[in-house]
Design a protein around this ligand. Structure first.
Ligand code: ATP
Ligand code: MG
Length: 545
């Protein structure tokens, strides 16, 4: 879909804080494109229809249908113009639920401004929490509707910036605009009322966040015109984000009569003369910082209002903050817009530069520690492999010296096979005890301690024996002895288990009682493997990364 630009708002009939400037009606206004939805909603019982009396589109059936609103091109975002089907769409259609009610569970009201009410909601499809702003006034005409929809364009434009609110989607239904966005913890105003005293360090961080957000707007030649504590939101990471793009205008295209002033408490003095520039946003940010740093109640008119715009800042307030911060606020609030710093100049302030450097070094530190953890893990794995290789070598040497014989498949298949005594060459070496077990597996890779048993296919594989031990017949007497590859033999397992328990108190290392072996050839030899089994070989790094 082609990106279509709406004309800038000219007229505003909000009675509270927003005034209209030399309103001209543009006859060439066009409706923003409407998009297909996957389903139709027939009526709305939940929104106050009485307000729609006299509305331009009250009789318009298309307003009953939820339409996705997006100014993104199809290539940019293919499903921008499609509303997702709600999880219970089929049942909800017959219940006449609005798209909002079908898709979201309304949990709480987060706030209210001149244009909309904002609710905390849970998305029924993914159970995630979001904020949904619902316009208060019904669309009274094409122009009013176009003005409201312009906010969607701005949200879409700035959604990617980390200091601007993340926008999800918007739709219209029953002559109202619905905007789904990320849920923030609170507004900066709520934060100020909650904390009262905000540390200066935190104020500098907030100034940095907002200067970054403002820079992203000003770099596009857009001005916010409604910078105030209530329009700054704080997310769970304590990052401040610019919100409420309802009054944003394009400096290049807007004439003075097309702009609308924001909250008078934060308004730059030149706005009264109809001068709208980026410097007006800097003034608003400056006075917001004054309010934040000094916990000062800003006047919306009167003598103090004028004094604040003539560089006369009340001493009892301004003296409570450092000279460095005072200077920044004073320059931002200069009566002459030319003397105010730009967003870039603010970001170049030594204090903000220092914070940015600290942030960068923190990021580098995080990256380095991540790299370190990864390489440490790689080294551990290498060591594991080396240990495996070392054990293999050891067993090869033992085998070479006829001290160890690996089990063959037939030997390991069950105890019945063991009844037939193996006729290995070592059987001729009387008196030399042999350790028999199957060495299976290599480096265990997992986030846990590694034991010798990890190198073996099962615990039973480590059961030890002596060459020539009468296995089948002497099994009852054997403790931890020859060959016990009885994976399916429950009784054998139980035995070996109890045997290990019994040996837990015995020696610590793998020992073969060689001295006794000659004398007790017929008797079962006990080879303590318990401690060997339990001996921790190495500890793998538990870090997942
Ligand atoms: N995403 C959000 N997460 C949490 N709270 C929010 C969110 N969006 C808005 N709010 C709360 O709702 C209030 C009103 O929202 P918003 O400023 O967008 O409405 P508005 O009608 O455009 O206001 P204004 O009068 O400033 O034009 C905010 O001040 C804030 O407290
Ligand atoms: Mg607001």
């Amino acid at each position: 879909m082609d990106k279509q630009r709406l004309p800038l708002p000219e007229m505003r009939d909000d009675k509270h804080r927003h005034k209209q400037f030399n309103g001209h009606l543009d006859s060439n206004r066009f409706r923003p494109p409407k998009y297909k939805t996957r389903y139709t909603i027939f009526d709305n019982n939940n929104l106050n229809r009485s307000q729609s009396l006299g509305s331009c589109s009250a009789a318009n059936n298309s307003s009953q249908v939820a339409h996705a609103i997006s100014f993104r091109s199809g290539s940019e975002c293919p499903d921008a113009g499609i509303l997702p089907a709600s999880p219970n769409a089929s049942t909800s259609m017959c219940c006449n639920e609005s798209h909002f009610e079908q898709c979201f569970e309304r949990l709480a009201k987060l706030g209210e401004g001149s244009f909309g009410e904002v609710f905390q909601v849970r998305d029924r499809s993914d159970s995630q929490m979001y904020a949904v702003k619902i316009s208060k006034q019904l669309f009274r005409g094409e122009q009013y509707r176009a003005e409201r929809l312009e906010e969607v364009r701005r949200y879409e434009e700035f959604s990617g910036h980390e200091n601007c609110i993340r926008f999800i989607r918007a739709w219209e239904q029953y002559d109202r605009l619905f905007m789904q966005m990320e849920l923030c913890r609170e507004s900066l105003e709520q934060y100020l009322y909650r904390c009262r005293q905000i540390s200066e360090e935190r104020i500098w961080h907030i100034l940095l966040d907002l200067s970054r957000g403002l820079k992203s707007l000003h770099d596009r030649n857009l001005i916010h015109l409604d910078i105030k504590l209530d329009n700054v939101l704080i997310d769970d990471d304590d990052t401040c984000k610019l919100a409420d793009f309802g009054l944003v205008i394009d400096v290049d295209k807007a004439n003075n009569h097309q702009a609308t002033e924001g909250d008078s408490r934060y308004m730059a003095p030149e706005i009264l003369q109809g001068q709208f520039s980026k410097a007006a946003d800097i003034f608003s940010l400056g006075i917001a910082m004054l309010e934040l740093a000094c916990y000062m109640d800003l006047p919306s008119n009167g003598q103090l209002w004028h004094e604040l715009r003539q560089s006369k800042l009340p001493e009892e307030f301004i003296n409570t903050i450092s000279v460095e911060l005072q200077q920044v606020i004073r320059t931002m609030m200069s009566p002459d817009p030319q003397l105010r710093p730009t967003a870039d100049q603010l970001l170049a302030h030594p204090r903000l530069q220092r914070i940015q450097k600290e942030e960068k070094s923190m990021v580098t530190l995080k990256l380095l520690s991540k790299c370190f953890r990864r390489s440490r893990r790689a080294v551990w794995i290498k060591i594991c492999n080396l240990k495996t290789a070392a054990y293999r070598c050891l067993f090869y040497i033992l085998e070479f010296l006829h001290l160890y014989k690996p089990l063959t498949a037939s030997q390991s298949s069950g105890c019945g096979n063991n009844a037939a005594a193996p006729s290995s060459p070592s059987s001729s070496m009387l008196g030399v005890p042999r350790v028999e077990f199957q060495l299976v597996g290599s480096t265990p890779i997992g986030n846990r301690d590694c034991y010798v048993s990890d190198f073996l296919s099962s615990i039973d594989n480590l059961e030890l024996s002596q060459q020539g031990t009468p296995t089948a017949c002497g099994r009852e007497k054997l403790v931890n002895s020859t060959p016990l590859n009885h994976h399916h033999n429950k009784s054998a397992r139980l035995r070996s288990c109890s045997a290990r328990k019994a040996q837990a108190e015995n020696s610590n290392l793998l020992t073969v009682d060689a001295s006794n072996s000659r004398a007790n050839l017929s008797a079962p030899k006990v080879l303590d493997s318990s401690s060997f089994l339990r001996k921790k070989l190495f500890l793998l790094d538990s870090d997942e990364e």
